[in-house]
Write a protein that binds this ligand. Sequence first.
Ligand SMILES: Nc1ncnc2c1ncn2[C@@H]1O[C@H](COP(=O)(O)OP(=O)(O)OP(=O)(O)O)[C@@H](O)[C@H]1O
Ligand SMILES: [Zn+2]
Length: 643
Amino acid sequence: MASEQQLSAIKGAKVLMVGAGGIGCELLKTLALSGFRDIHIIDMDTIEVSNLNRQFLFRQSHVGQSKAKVARDAVLKFRPHISITSYHANVKDPEFNVDFFKTFNVVLNGLDNLDARRHVNRLCLAAGVPLVESGTTGFLGQVTVHVKGRTECYECQPKPAPKTYPVCTITSTPSKFVHCVVWAKDLLFAKLFGAKDQENDLNVRSSDASSSSEQVEDVFERKNDEDIEQYGRKIFDHVFGYNIELALSNEDTWKNRNRPRPIYCKDVMPNELIRQNGNQAKSSAHGDLSSVSAMPSLGLKNPQDLWSLKENSAVFLEALKLFFSKREKEIGNLSFDKDDQLAVEFVTAAANIRASSFGIPLHSLFEAKGIAGNIVHAVATTNAIIAGLIVIEAIKVLQNDTKNYRMTYCLEHPSRKMLLMPVEPFEPNKSCYVCSETPLTLEINTHRSKLRDLVDKIVKAKLGMNLPLIMHGSALLYEVGDDLEEDEVANYAANLEKVLSDLPSPVVGGTILTIEDLQQELKCSINVKHREEFDEENEPDGMILSGWTQAPAVEKNGATSVDNGASTSGVTEATSLAIEEDDELQIITTQTGKKRKLCDAASSDVSSVPTKIKRKADEVDGNSDVVMLDEGSSENSKKRREP
Ligand SMILES: Nc1ncnc2c1ncn2[C@@H]1O[C@H](COP(=O)(O)OP(=O)(O)OP(=O)(O)O)[C@@H](O)[C@H]1O
Ligand SMILES: [Zn+2]
C-alpha cells in the first residue's frame, strides 16, 4: 500500500511511457492501478497475432490496430477517469523534442531496441527528466534508473556488440549450425531476394576468386524466360555443389578441417520427384502473401520435426519457386523477417543443406527460426515483474528519494533464494561521451575514407545520431534537416563523396571534429588520428572509434549473458549475470569487468522495496560470498573506477 506522500507524488505526476509491447502493456496497467492519472504512451507499432499471448490489453479483434491507442482504450475501460494520451508514432519523430520531454516528470521505457533507447536517453538528459529503463529476455530482466548528474546514464557503459562471426567462417569454413543459418539468411537469401546492387561475398572463397565471381553474376540473375524450377536447381547446384568443389580445391583450407561434401540436386532429388513436388504446390497460398508456405504441399506439418536432406532440398526448391511465382513483386526488396513463413522455410532448408555438406547436425524449422530471428521466447511473468519494479522506481524518482534508487535484476534461477537482485546505481561515468563531454578518438585513413563512411559507420551506426551536423572549427562539413537551402543540400551531398583530406576544410591527423545532433541536443568531439592500414577481417569498418568502445560479448561456461537484444525486448545493460552453481552470484559489467554491489539492507532503507525483495536483501546482508563489493568503496553510490 502506498503512503500518503507516495500517493500525492503519484497523483501529481505526468508520465511518459515509450513502448506499449510486452513490458508496456503490463506497465500501463500497473501505473493505472497504482493511481497515476496523467499517462502518455508512444508506440509506433500495430498489434500482431504473435503479441496476443503476452500483451494482455490486446485481443484478436485488435490485430492491425495501433498498440498505443488500443492499450489506452483497454485501460480506460477499468480506469475511466484518468487521462491517457496515445501517440501512434516513432519516438524519434521530431515532434518528440526536448521541449516535449521537459513536460514530463519521469520517462519510462518499455522498448526493444538499442537505437530507440539511446535516443530516449539523450532526450531525457537534454530535458533533465529522469528515465527508468527496462528490458527482459526470457526469464531475465532488469530495471535501471538514470537521473542526470546523480546516476550513470543509459550509455555510460558501452553495450555488448551483437554476436558477429568472421566472414571466412560464414563463407568457407562453418563449424556450427548458426554459421549455416547466418550464411543462408545474410548471404544467400539476401542475394536471391534482396537489393540487387548489394555486394555479397556469397562464393566460398577459393584461390580462383576472379573466375568464380564472374560466374556468380550469371548464375544468380534469373533470365526472363527461364523456367523457375530449372533456375532453382541451378542455384542449388551452384551454391551446394560447384562452390564446395571450388573451395575443396584450396587444399590449405582443409589441412586441419573436415572436408565438406558437394551436394548436387540430382543426387538428392531425382527429377521425377522435383516435378511431383512442383505439381503439388498449388494449394499453398490462400490470397494472403504472408501465409505462402512450402510445407503443406510437401506434406510437412510439424515445425519441430527434423527434415531429411531430401526434404530440406524439396523445401529449398519449393520455397524458391513460390517466391518467384507468388511473391515476385517483392523480389529485390526483401530482407529476412522471422515472421515471414516462406523466408524461414527457405533459410531453414538452405542452412540444413549446407550443414549436411559440412557434417554439422541438422535442425528443425522451429530451432532454425529461433536462431535466425535471434528469438528468446518472451515470458509474460518476467514482463509483469519488471513492470512492477519500474513503477516502484518511478515513485522513488518522483519523491526524489535518491538514496533508495535501485537497479534491479530479475534472475532465471534463485541464487541463495534470491530471484530479484537490487543493486545500487553507479555515479555517472566521467568518460561517457553522452553525459559528460569527453572527446572520442577516431583512427581512420584520411586519404582513403570518405565523409560518407564517417557519417554511416561512425556518426549514425556507432554514435546513434539521428539528425547529425559535422563541423571542423567553424566550417560546416555536413548537416541534415528540412530547412536547408538547395545549394546547401548539394554542397553536403558533394562533401559526402569526398575523401576526408580533400574536404573544403581538410580532415587529417590531428583534426578535431565536432559532431552534434540538434534533435538529441547531444554534442561531442572526435580527435582524428590518421592510420594507413586496417585489418580486413578484424577491423572491417576500416576505422576504429575509441574512448567509447563496444564491449565484447561475455562468454563464460555456465554464465547467462544478458545482452542488449536488439530484436527482443532485450535486457538493457552491458551486464552479464554470471551464476555459478546455486550460491554464488556476480554482476559484472562487461566493459570494465567491474562488480556491482548488491543492495545492502543494513546501509539503506528498503521500505519502499516490495517485501519480497526486502526479505531477500536482508538475507544477503552478511553473506560475503554472495555480495561482490567494489574494492575500497563504502559509500552508498559507488564511484566508477577510472580505466
Ligand atoms: N522507435 C520507437 N518508437 C516507438 N515505439 C517503439 C520504437 N521502437 C520500438 N518500439 C515499440 O516498443 C515495443 C517493444 O515491445 P516488445 O519488446 O514486446 O516487442 P513486440 O514488437 O511487441 O514483440 P516481438 O518483437 O516479440 O514480436 C513495441 O511495441 C515497439 O513498437
Ligand atoms: Zn553517460
